[in-house]
Design a protein around this ligand. Structure first.
Ligand code: HEM
Length: 531
């Protein structure tokens, strides 16, 4: 059961049996739903480790909170999968100096983005410069500067949901991406989801994110394939075309901001700050343009898919929905739209957002890390270059950090925002010991933790609060006119991110008649024609 690395006689962690030479390659490439396969392996092989380390009996293994990681040999490329808070914190936080690398990613990093997306980059000086610059423009204080864009987009979102609720997926995606374009480039909202600015950038980003998931391309495991001429490889030609398209889009958007600034315009946005603030002077023009593009790519699909899980969670939990609405009614009332100044006064909504990110976080693995030096952990050898994949969530098993019963209790699989509230209704961080201040692991770990989380939380907060202020969300009707069955376990795997079934339908019923008038006034005040 244990694989032995003969070069230094250290024992590698156990894992699923594979074939000679190629190890688990076919299992990983062949897995229809990779994340499900990893999750079930975590459950199975995590137990073995617990038993090895602590001589626990199998029946006690699930209740033991230490252990839970296993080894994969993916065509000669080592990987470990972690399914436990202690191991994740021990390695990714406490040993962050060597566990903050990224796996080599030939298609997404080297060819599609030519090393310019620092989210895929190794833990080196170039990453440090770009990460520092991102922190400068996205930290908690800077994020407050973008609230007015986010407030306005949330108002446009509820207007769209009121007019054409059946297009809710399109509306959520449009609102999130358009608000990010405002934050990044100071652009006005794009009310049309098929706007020529939105469509190509979204297509490019979707392709890059899908390519970055573990097990997407054979070349990642047989690296010499990258030297094959493009004429012979469709995948390589495709990846090169993605780079040209992305480079063109990001540089054009960047230059547009530069031109407007030169003509004297004042544009509060990330790109303006990258151009004007002298702290960014060490970055080249292409690095700045791709930095803004990276933030768009990292923030758009994640936030909009998280909103899809929000809609599902409300349709399945009417009591929780009513409790959140009652707090919003008490604080906001029914004479104005909610805005981001209400954030501190709505602890129930904030707890609901934490629970949403915990219960159905959009990234079941986050983004894999890699270890940059040989290491030994709990007696097992972890060779330099090993990919580190964290099983952040899977509901049916006790493994998976966000559903760990040792941290969240026996109802870890249930959607219950109250777990983040104290008895007097104030925010109380369940699991904060294990997950630092967030109370869940959905924003990742250590030095690589999501740099856009403040912008993401404001965006989720204002969209969620406005939707709950305006509507009651219930399941839509099935073919027989009965409320349709919404299955929380039916999931579309898009690579690094997951979303609910697009066939789910919902009803968005306005909660009070004056709502439309208030919405109209708010939008007209901001210069929007309310139609
Ligand atoms: C619900 C929304 C979001 C979720 C769940 C999310 C989650 C994550 C996760 C799991 C990581 C990897 C952390 C790790 O490696 O341990 C990450 C990285 C990153 N995120 Fe987010 N994110 C979200 C929104 C955003 C937004 C809005 C932005 C930008 C405005 C953003 C920018 C980034 C960047 C640039 C990285 C790469 C950081 C690095 O490698 O150093 N994210 N995010």
């Amino acid at each position: 059961r244990l694989l032995v690395n003969h070069s230094n006689t250290k024992i590698l962690p156990p894992g699923p049996p594979g074939l000679p030479f190629i190890g688990n390659l076919l299992q990983v490439l062949g897995a229809k739903q990779r994340w499900r396969t990893f999750m079930s392996w975590t459950h199975k092989y995590g137990e073995f480790i617990l038993m090895d380390l602590f001589q626990t009996k199998k029946e006690n293994a699930d209740t033991c909170s230490i252990g839970a990681f296993f080894f994969l040999n993916i065509g000669g490329k080592p990987a470990i999968v972690i399914g436990n808070h202690k191991v994740a914190i021990d390695l990714l936080e406490k040993r962050g100096n060597i566990y903050s690398d990224r796996p080599t990613n030939i298609v997404a990093h080297e060819i599609m983005t030519r090393g310019l997306v620092y989210g895929f980059a190794p833990h080196d000086n170039s990453w440090r410069r770009l990460r520092r610059a991102s922190h400068e423009v996205l930290n908690n204080q800077a994020a407050k500067g973008y609230h007015k864009f986010q407030n306005l987009e949330a108002a446009l979102l509820v207007k769209d949901l009121l007019k054409t609720p059946e297009l809710y997926i399109r509306h959520l995606h449009r609102a999130t991406t358009s608000s990010l374009l405002s934050v990044l480039y100071g652009l006005p909202p794009c009310p049309d989801p098929f706007d020529p600015t939105l469509v190509p950038i979204n297509e490019v980003m979707h392709t890059v994110l899908a390519a970055a998931a573990p097990g997407q391309y054979l070349v990642e495991y047989i690296p010499f394939m990258k030297y094959l001429p493009s004429q012979l490889c469709r995948w390589k030609r495709h990846a090169e075309n993605v780079f040209s398209t992305a480079d063109n889009i990001f540089i054009t958007l960047y230059k547009q901001v530069q031109k407007r600034l030169e003509s004297g315009a004042v544009i509060p946005s990330v790109t303006s700050s990258l151009i004007q603030n002298p702290v960014h002077k060490d970055l080249t023009m292409q690095e700045r343009a791709w930095l803004a593009g990276t933030l768009y790519g990292a923030g758009s699909e994640t936030t909009s898919k998280q909103m899809l899980w929000f809609i599902l969670s409300m349709a399945l939990n009417p009591n929780i929905q009513a409790r959140a609405q009652s707090q919003i009614d008490n604080i906001v009332g029914r004479e104005r739209l909610p805005n981001l100044d209400d954030f501190d006064k709505l602890p129930y909504v904030r707890a609901l957002i934490k629970e949403l990110l915990r219960w159905r976080g959009v990234g079941p693995f986050g983004i894999p890390h890699a270890v940059s030096e040989n290491d030994i952990y709990e007696g097992y050898s972890i060779p330099k270059g090993t990919d580190i994949i964290v099983n952040i969530w899977w509901g049916s098993f006790t493994s998976g950090l966000n559903h760990d019963q040792n941290v969240y209790g026996s109802d870890a699989a249930t959607f219950r925002p109250e777990r983040y509230l104290s008895e007097n209704g104030q925010l109380n961080l369940t699991g904060s010991q294990e997950t630092k201040d967030e109370g869940h692991s959905t924003f990742g770990f250590g030095r690589r933790v999501c740099v856009g989380r403040h912008v993401a939380i404001s965006s989720l907060f204002i969209q969620i609060t406005c939707i709950l202020w305006c509507f009651n969300i219930t399941p839509g009707d099935d073919e027989n006119g009965k409320p349709m069955f919404i299955d929380e376990n039916q999931i579309i795997d898009d690579g690094l991110t997951i979303r609910p079934l697009p066939s789910n339908r919902y009803k968005f019923t306005p909660r009070f008649p004056e709502m439309e008038e208030i919405l109209r006034n708010a939008l007209e005040l901001n210069g929007f024609d309310y139609r």
